[in-house]
Design a protein around this ligand. Structure first.
Ligand SMILES: C[S@@+](CC[C@H](N)C(=O)[O-])C[C@H]1O[C@@H](n2cnc3c(N)ncnc32)[C@H](O)[C@@H]1O
Length: 490
């Protein structure tokens, strides 16, 4: 049996003049440390892509004494991790000393924001308490939103959840959008999304116990998530890899965009999640999907089975759930020699990466983007950036850091969409084809030559919608910044 590693004694942390902590304070102190240990294993496992077990299995190990409190603390901290990190970043809580106990700081910040009130026992807690008075008030982005104290912040967080509209994506393999609008319209006010085709917006809190959901005619899918497959834009008849596919929301979306034609190789590492993936594929009627229980990094790009693959969707994060990794480090050269080379499939034309925003992940993402551009001779053609509800300005960072000003798009309304995600779309330079940039009508009539298409590239419908201009409008996506309404404001 593994030896139980003692948690630092509370007595050692207590100065002689301090009063003895109450039993409740003692048990909260230990629960926070036990929770930090579990959280550390979960996050480290995530980062290394080594599943360390479920939260439950870790909490129910013999070394954890206060199982109930530890379990609650871990789950709740993971649930609010993004807000917690924002607060900690804003107040600069993690100095070099405390970075070593990062997870404990997450837990304490959770308790401070949402949980325990009153006095906290322990050195880390005391350090946190000192920072606490400046924590909220010092964060300019919170100030701008009228957040003065913890209560305001928690209320803002809850409010933003409550006000979130519900998005449903119509599965066009089964029904068309007009039919869905009619059916759902009997119960709710339904709006069509102005960027993502076949995505409908319902009021916050709309009850979706609906037969259309049960029979796979519509999928409950957020706006950002629904944009990934559209950004990749596979054509009917293509072969596509969905590298990290379970539970399959984007897989079946790809299938719908491809009108059920061609082939989607849907890879999934996790055996349990493969079952969910298969169920969803069946429910959606996506007959062109081949589910593969595989680690996509082990696929051999020289294998003739992948020679026809033209696009890859890469969606590796599962933030907060602890079931997968939150960062893209494993794709970087230092973490996996030649990792990205492995997707250098000859006919590969497009690769879309989809990631949830997190502070930690930013640097990995930038390195990955640069690596892919360099190694795969791909140009990064599109960045869609949602600002976090708290309003951190990521757009500036990418603007200067990646010098992709002409392709940097900010297209969503913070107050409405409330999601923080990135999509990076890479298109291989050597096989740009005019049809990728032309409207369908122009393609059919052959009204623009290959040469002129290269010179004047009309935006595809997705990009056009992001920019809120008409799809046929011509833009010079040249070395100069594109003169678009959106880019002027960037
Ligand atoms: C964010 S989820 C994917 C969500 C999915 N694209 C959707 O829209 O429904 C990430 C998935 O990737 C899987 N995964 C992680 N690493 C993988 C790998 N190397 N190969 C295949 N699947 C992987 C995880 O098990 C998890 O199910």
């Amino acid at each position: 049996m593994a030896r139980r590693k003692p948690i630092k004694s509370l007595a050692k942390e207590r100065k002689p003049e301090e009063k003895r902590p109450s039993n409740a304070e003692r048990s909260a102190y230990f629960a926070r440390r036990e929770a930090a240990k579990v959280l550390r294993s979960m996050l480290q496992g995530d980062a290394r892509r080594r599943a360390v077990g479920s939260i439950k299995s870790l909490v129910y190990s013999p070394s954890i004494r206060n199982k109930k409190a530890t379990f609650a603390l871990v789950c709740q901290t993971l649930k609010h991790l993004s807000l917690i990190k924002d607060v900690m970043d804003g107040a600069n809580v993690l100095t070099a000393k405390w970075r070593k106990q990062e997870e404990l700081m997450y837990i304490i910040t959770y308790d401070f924001l949402f949980g325990q009130k009153g006095s906290f026992t322990g050195d880390a807690e005391k350090y946190h308490a000192k920072k606490r008075c400046t924590t909220i008030s010092s964060i300019t982005d919170f100030k701008a939103q009228g957040v003065k104290d913890v209560e305001d912040l928690v209320a803002l967080d809850k409010l933003s959840e409550l006000q979130k509209p519900r998005y449903v994506r119509v599965n066009t393999l089964k029904i068309d959008t007009e039919f869905a609008i009619r059916e759902l319209g009997q119960q709710h006010a339904v709006q069509e999304d102005d960027i993502v085709p076949d995505l409908l917006i319902l009021p916050p809190g709309a009850d979706l116990h609906n037969p259309l959901v049960m029979n796979g005619s519509i999928f409950l899918q957020g706006k950002a998530s629904s944009m990934a497959a559209v950004a990749l834009g596979p054509k009917p008849g293509w072969e596509v890899i969905d590298a990290c596919s379970a539970p399959g929301n984007k897989t079946v979306h790809l299938a719908a965009l491809m009108k059920g034609e061609g082939k989607i190789l849907a890879c999934e590492l996790n055996k349990e999640r493969v079952k969910r993936l298969k169920n969803n594929v069946k429910l959606a009627g996506a007959t062109n999907v081949k589910v593969m229980h595989e680690d996509f990094l082990n696929l051999d790009p020289r294998d003739p089975s992948y020679s026809k693959v033209r696009a890859i969707l890469l969606d590796p994060s599962c933030s907060g759930s602890g079931t997968a990794f939150e960062r893209l480090d494993h794709l970087l050269p230092s973490h996996n020699a030649g990792g990205t080379d492995q997707v250098d499939i000859k006919r590969l034309q497009k690769l879309a990466c989809f990631q949830k925003k997190s502070q930690q992940w930013r640097d990995s993402f930038i390195a990955l983007v640069q690596f892919i551009k360099l190694k795969m001779k791909m140009s990064s053609t599109l960045f869609c950036i949602w600002l976090h509800p708290m309003g951190f300005n990521w757009q500036q960072h990418f603007h200067s850091g990646l010098a992709v000003a002409s392709q940097l798009l900010t297209g969503t309304d913070l107050t409405v969409d409330k999601e923080g995600f990135f999509i990076a779309l890479f298109v291989r330079k050597s096989i740009h084809q005019p049809e990728d940039y032309c409207t369908n009508a122009e393609n059919r009539t052959g009204s623009i030559s290959r040469k002129s298409a290269r010179r004047k590239k009309p935006l595809n419908i997705f990009v056009a919608r992001m920019l809120k201009v008409s799809p046929g409008q011509q833009f010079k996506l040249s070395r100069k910044r594109a003169q678009t309404p959106a880019s002027k404001g960037v």
